[in-house]
Each structure stands twice: as structure tokens, then as C-alpha cells.
Design a protein around this ligand. Structure first.
Ligand code: HDE
Length: 727
């Protein structure tokens, strides 16, 4: 990476970073050695019998080097294989003692170290960041009372209600087993075959077909714990809680066409964005939100709090923002930290507990189990990134790769020889004690009837979307189902969609050239109770009392800042230096990042004899990497750019992707060469949708203000109404 290694990364030290230090190696100013510490004198040649002879088995240096290389790979995660991570800290705003005794949620002075890994779900380790997919949002908090992991996603619900279906879901979405196609995509027959037979997935399907599945940045997405957890206070009283992470930069996405383009041009787009933001000191921030439900209200909702396909609308239970997460340091080594980090829903601390959500219950088994194979044995908790900052003392011993040297004769409890140590902690000494939930039930293999309404919240989500968001969902479904080859699967999906919204189903059907089934297709519902009674199913299908929930739409997200937005300036020799400098200054004072793009690399000579260094050309840069475009003045520069098809394409594409575009008045000939040239704001344009977010003005200072406001708006989706886009 060409970035100057500004030492922001090493400035931010926390307790966990200290904890990692003894294991952190730096070869600077050191001799090359073997793993046994023997200095190596020749790292170019193997030991041979004569300079043209065979290599000798005794060459311990060659053998060691090759052997280690041969064993470098470990299995990738069975899901969430593709990920990027960062270190940071969490601090609570005010004590939450009323709800929980967890120390890190009560001590406003302590900065709890965290390690956060973001991921896509379906693709392999090397797949594109921009796949249409759920994003993992896994947070490990190294609290003084032990590690607490919130292993969440960027969507608040899930596809299935019971862990029993997880391997089926993942087998369906992963590349098909006979030909390993497609990579990192749900647009294929097996996924939609499964979904079309699982009505419980419909709410999640709405989320995953929405723009939430193609984030602009990992820094601009929400996180959700998904399941309902419990908080437990000092008196042993419990309440239910849903965890949220709210990004301070707002929630933003790219356009689908952009995502496709980025996947080819820079499949590491999100990873690079996170890395560069942290490296340049633009630390991503989220607030921790909690929705608290008192124990007595467990059954007060139209849905079951234990059902992970349901959310609690924020209008019904507001999200209280209780603390802040800041990511302020990139990992030093991708494999050691990002790849070897092992999250587990079961990593909780006193003051937090589980519920009986049957999806969560299955996860409590799965995460340790998967680490045993992925990381190779029971001591993965000793890998530096995984070990807590809280001390560890117990009688667990041995196993592959054991690091800890446990002293003494005793590895059992009770003991007298070791003085009874290590001893159990009473609750007031911080000992964990599970919430004493009363359970009196028959052992059954059944789905609760309170889990049977699969459509109300799917409808609520769809109804809550703005018009462009709805259109994007329709487009996404047309794309995904259009890739499905089996007509019966498309047909079943249209049947399910018609139960969410008739118009939605109709529009998707039009794109597929198929009719919507007249009556809703009877769901082939594996979730129907064992007695199979259709009445029982119907009786629990209720319309949600809430017509829309604003919080479900991205339209109302934070749009008051251009911090960290990337703006491309299109320049060529003869560019007017004053317009470049003054616009750059205006944008950078709002926190935006400016990059100059020219027909070639090297230097561009500006009108006043100054030169600008060019790091990106039209070949290495592309409009999809930027949030907005500015064309500075300078007649010579504009003439060159107007004759440069790549420059015209750059603008056409930025326009197509609904981005803010500003230009100096003398850039008009270049803009005229674009297909939206007719929509330039000159007072004559009738079509306000086409000129929204488009500014042309001689006075740079006057131009900067509306341009900045427009960049903060993120996208001008209304332009999509004009579908005459050749880009
Ligand atoms: Fe996971 N999930 N999951 N999951 N999950 C894994 O654990 C699993 C679920 C999530 O960055 C695996 O270490 C089951 C919901 C994230 O390292 C595995 C079920 C949610 C990550 C596993 C679920 C998640 C994982 C694979 C249903 C959102 C990446 C590698 C019963 C709340 C963590 C690993 C990271 C990873 C199992 C459902 C989030 C196999 C069985 C719901 C963010 O253990």
C-alpha cells in the first residue's frame, strides 16, 4: 500500500495491545534466523552435492523453510470466510447498573479494548467485498471480567428460526456442489429453491434484497446482535435486550451496478476503505444501542421475542444509546489477528445471559466446535488475539500447541495439595452464575405456534422503504430470480412475495415475464406445527399494528456530513489551479478526501505554472471509487478532457450512479459531451430529477456550499427515473 506509514496505528495502545506485545515480532535491524534461532548465512541457495548436484537431505535450513511453507494454510471459516478487522476501544456513557452488573457497562472511566471483524457470509476468503450478502459484525470485548463477544450481523433478523436448518441454509447458498458455481452469490437455483420452501425466511429476504446488502463502507453500516439476550443486575433481576451498533457516519450503500463494477476493479474495496480510514486517523465510530424489555413484557408483543426472524420496531421500544465503539488501530498481521480470531456467542460475562431463542441455542454449540477444526485443537483460546486480558486459571491441561506452563502438582479440584486453588468465585467476587430461569416443559421436537407469522414484518419492512429503496428490492429480486433456471422455483417465490406485497410480486413477475399466482401459493411450510393443522397456522398470522417503521429505511439516515467521502477531481494539463485549490480546501475542511484523476500519471501542469502530482489515472481510478466528482476550470484542460472518452465515461457513470457532480462554468463543454449534458442546470431544464445534485458555477466559493450539501445527501436516486444511461 502506497500510504505513508503515519504512526497513527502504533499510537493507540490499550490493554489488549499491551497483552499482544510479547508475541509481536519485528525483524527490523535483526539477523535472519531459523526457527531455532540460528543465524542464516545464505538464504539464496540450498545445500548441494556440487553446484550442479542434487540437494542434500541434511539441509535443515531448506527443510525447515519448505516444511513451514507447506503447512501455511488453515481451513477458511465455513461461513463468513471473507473478513476484515480492526482494534479499538469501547466506553460506556453512563452506568447501566439498573439493568446489568457487567462491569464494562457500568464503569464510565474504563476503555474496554475490542477487536471487530466484519465479513461477508457466502464467499470464500478471496471473494469480492461487494457481493450482495449479509455482513457479519463480530465484536470481541476484552473486558476485565473476561471476553464478551457480540457476534452479530448488519441486519437485525435471520433467515431461519431454528439451528436445525442452518447447515441446509448454508448448503443452499454456497456454490452448488456439482460444479462449485457461483462464487459469493445467492443468485442461483439451490438458494432460491430452499428459500421458496421456507416462508420463515421472507422477512430476512426483504433485508438481503435491499441496499443494506451492498454497503458503501463497513464504517457505514449498522450492527445487530439479532437474538434477544438477557441483562442481569446485581439483585439477580433480568430484563431482555437487543443489541445495536449505530454508525456515526450514517447508513449508506452503493448502487448494484456500482457493486458489480467495484467487484471487478477492486474486490478489496471495503477492506481497503477500512484500512485506509484507520491509517489516516479517520477512526470509524458506532454507538452501542440497547432496546430493553422488562421481564414482565415477555409476551406483550405480536411476535415472540425468542424468534430471530423478528425485530422489535424502534417505534415500540426505542434504542437507547449507551456507549461508543471506536476503531483506532489496524492489525499488524492479517493471519495472526484477523484470520485466527475466534468469536463465540457463548462468550459472555456476569451481567449478561442467553435466552431460549432456538437459533442462538444452536450457535452456543457451533462456535467452539468450528474453532476446534479450524484452529486445530482445544488451545485456540491461547492464541494471542483470542486470549482475554482477564487472568485465566483452571485445571484444563495439555492438548495440541499448549502454550501455558501450569506450575505445581495439582490439576484437579477439589484438592488439598494445592491449597484448594484455583478456587471458585462467589457471585459477589465476580463468579458467573446463570440466570435462574424457571423451566417446566415437556421435551418436544416442535416449533412454537408463536413463531408462525412469517409475513407481517416482511410487509412492515417493505412498506417502510422509500420509493427508490422499494425499486432496488424489486430490481434485486428480478436479478436474483432471473438467474434461477428452474421455473417452478421462480413461481413459488412469486407466490411468497405476493403474500408480502401484491404489487412487489407483480413487478418482479413482470421482470421475469411470468404471471403472479392468483391466490397466494400455499406455503410449503416446514414450520407448520407437527399436527399440520392449517387453522393453527392461520390463526397466528396477524397484521402488524404498525404501518411503517422509519428506522427500517435508510432514507432518513444521517446526512449532515461529508466526513471521509471521496471526491474525484478530473484534471489535465492547463487546469485552473485556483479552482482546484479552493474546492479542495472547502471539501477537506468538511473532512472529505480529494483525489486528482488525469489521463496519465505523473504531473499535471496547471495554468499558473504550478504542478499537481497525479496518483490515479482514468485507467487505475474509476468513478465507482468516489462519492462525487468535481471538474475544475481551465479551458485547455477541459478541451483535453472533452476529447478523452474515459473522462466522459467517468462523468456518465457518476451521473448514472446518482452522485453529486459539480463543475466550474468553463467545464460546460466537457459536461455537454456527456449524455446528461441536456440536463445541465442553466435555468431552462424542466426535469428537476435529472439536474438534482448537478451544479455548474463560475464562482468556486459559491459552488462549494451546495456541492458539499449534495455530497452529504449521498445519492440522488430520483435520477434513476431517467433510464437512458449508456454508462
Ligand atoms: Fe454464525 N457462524 N452461525 N451467525 N457467524 C460462524 O463460526 C452458526 C448466525 C456470525 O468474524 C462460524 O468462527 C450457526 C447468526 C458471524 O469470525 C460458525 C448458526 C448470526 C460470524 C457459525 C449461525 C451469525 C459467524 C463460522 C445458526 C448473526 C463470523 C466460523 C444456528 C447474529 C465471525 C466461526 C468472525 C461465524 C455458526 C447463525 C453471525 C460455523 C450454527 C444468526 C458474524 O460457527
Amino acid at each position: 500500500m502506497a500510504l505513508p506509514r503515519k504512526e497513527t496505528r502504533n499510537k493507540n495502545i490499550n490493554k489488549k495491545i499491551e497483552n499482544l506485545k510479547p508475541d509481536t515480532e519485528d525483524g527490523k535491524d535483526e539477523f535472519l534466523t531459523t526457527n531455532q534461532g540460528v543465524r542464516i548465512n545464505d538464504n539464496q541457495n540450498s545445500l548441494k552435492s556440487g553446484d550442479r548436484g542434487p540437494s542434500l537431505l541434511e539441509d535443515f535450513i531448506l527443510r525447515e523453510k519448505i516444511t513451514h511453507f507447506d503447512h501455511e494454510r488453515i481451513p477458511e471459516r465455513v461461513v463468513h470466510a471473507r473478513g476484515s478487522a480492526a482494534h479499538g476501544v469501547f466506553k460506556v456513557y453512563k452506568p447501566l447498573a439498573q439493568f446489568t452488573k457487567a462491569k464494562f457497562l457500568n464503569d464510565t472511566k474504563t476503555e474496554t479494548p475490542v477487536f471487530v471483524r466484519f465479513s461477508t457470509v457466502a464467499g470464500s476468503r478471496g471473494s469480492s467485498d461487494l457481493a450482495r450478502d449479509v455482513r457479519g459484525f463480530a465484536v470481541k470485548l476484552y473486558t476485565e471480567e473476561g471476553n464478551f463477544d457480540i457476534v452479530g450481523n448488519n441486519m437485525p433478523v435471520f433467515f431461519i428460526q431454528d439451528a436445525m436448518k442452518f447447515p441446509d441454509l448454508i448448503h443452499a447458498v454456497k456454490p452448488e456442489p456439482h460444479n462449485e458455481i457461483p462464487q459469493a452469490a445467492s443468485a442461483h437455483d439451490t438458494f432460491w429453491d430452499f428459500i421458496s420452501l421456507m416462508p420463515e425466511a421472507m422477512h430476512m429476504v426483504m433485508w438481503v434484497m435491499s441496499d443494506r446488502a451492498i454497503p458503501r463502507s463497513l464504517r457505514m453500516m449498522e450492527g445487530f446482535g439479532v437474538h434477544t439476550f438477557r441483562l442481569v443486575n446485581d439483585e439477580g433481576k433480568s430484563c431482555f435486550v437487543k443489541f445495536h451498533w449505530k454508525p456515526l457516519l450514517g447508513v449508506h450503500s452503493v448502487a448494484w451496478d456500482e457493486a458489480l463494477n467495484i467487484s471487478g476493479r477492486d474486490p478489496d474495496f471495503h477492506r481497503r476503505d477500512l484500512y485506509e480510514a484507520i491509517e489516516s486517523g479517520n477512526f470509524p465510530e458506532w454507538e452501542l444501542g440497547v432496546q430493553i424489555v422488562p421481564e414482565k413484557d415477555e409476551h406483550a408483543f405480536e411476535f415472540d421475542l425468542l424468534d430471530p426472524t423478528k425485530l422489535i420496531p424502534e417505534e415500540i421500544v426505542p434504542v437507547q444509546r449507551v456507549g461508543k465503539l471506536t476503531l483506532n488501530r489496524n492489525p499488524d498481521n492479517f493471519f495472526s489477528e484477523t484470520e485466527q480470531v475466534a468469536f463465540h456467542v457463548g462468550n459472555i460475562v456476569p451481567g449478561i445471559d442467553f435466552t431460549n431463542d432456538p437459533l442462538m441455542q444452536g450457535r452456543l454449540f457451533s462456535y467452539t466446535d468450528t474453532q476446534l477444526i479450524r484452529l486445530g485443537g482445544p488451545n485456540f483460546h491461547e492464541i494471542p488475539i483470542n486470549r482475554p486480558v482477564a487472568p485465566v486459571h483452571n485445571n484444563q491441561r495439555d492438548g495440541f500447541m499448549r502454550q501455558t506452563i501450569n506450575k505445581g502438582q495439582v490439576s484437579y479440584e477439589p484438592n488439598s495439595l494445592g491449597g484448594g486453588c484455583p478456587f471458585q468465585a462467589k457471585m459477589d467476587q465476580g463468579g458467573f452464575s446463570s440466570f435462574a430461569q424457571r423451566i417446566d416443559a415437556k421435551k418436544v421436537r416442535e416449533r412454537s405456534s408463536s413463531f408462525m407469522d412469517h409475513f407481517s414484518q416482511a410487509k412492515l419492512f417493505f412498506n417502510s422503504q422509500s420509493e427508490p429503496e422499494k425499486n432496488h428490492i424489486i430490481d434485486a429480486l428480478r436479478f436474483e430470480l432471473g438467474k434461477v433456471e428452474t421455473l417452478a422455483i421462480r413461481q413459488r417465490m412469486l407466490g411468497l412475495l405476493s403474500q408480502v406485497d401484491r404489487d412487489l410480486a407483480q413487478q418482479v413477475a413482470t421482470g421475469l415475464g411470468m404471471p403472479v399466482p392468483k391466490a397466494p401459493e400455499k406455503p410449503m411450510n416446514h414450520s407448520v406445527p407437527a399436527d399440520g393443522s392449517p387453522n393453527r397456522y392461520k390463526s397466528v398470522v396477524k397484521e402488524s399494528g404498525l404501518p411503517v417503521s422509519q428506522a427500517l429505511s435508510m432514507a432518513g439516515t444521517i446526512k449532515n456530513s461529508i466526513a471521509t467521502r471521496k471526491v474525484a477531481f478530473l484534471v489535465a494539463d492547463g487546469v485552473d489551479a485556483a479552482t482546484v485549490t479552493s474546492m479542495k480546501k472547502a471539501l477537506e475542511s468538511g473532512g472529505a478526501v480529494v483525489e486528482l484523476i488525469a489521463p496519465r500519471l505523473g504531473e499535471v501542469n496547471a495554468s499558473n505554472k504550478t504542478a499537481f502530482n497525479i496518483k490515479k489515472s482514468f485507467l487505475t481510478g474509476a468513478s465507482v471509487f468516489y462519492d462525487a466528482v468535481y471538474v475544475p476550470g481551465g479551458a485547455v484542460s477541459i478541451k483535453t478532457l472533452a476529447g478523452e472518452p474515459d473522462a466522459v465515461h467517468f462523468l456518465n457513470e457518476a451521473y448514472k450512479h446518482c452522485k453529486a457532480i459539480a463543475a466550474s462554468e468553463d467545464a460546460r463543454p466537457l459536461l455537454k459531451a456527456t449524455y446528461f449534458g441536456a440536463a445541465l442546470p442553466d435555468g431552462k431544464s424542466k426535469d428537476s430529477a435529472s439536474s438534482a445534485g448537478l451544479f455548474i458555477q463560475a464562482d468556486t466559493a459559491r459552488l462549494a456550499k451546495p456541492f458539499i450539501d449534495a455530497i452529504a445527501q449521498h445519492r440522488f436516486w430520483e435520477r434513476e427515473k431517467i433510464r437512458k444511461v449508456p454508462a
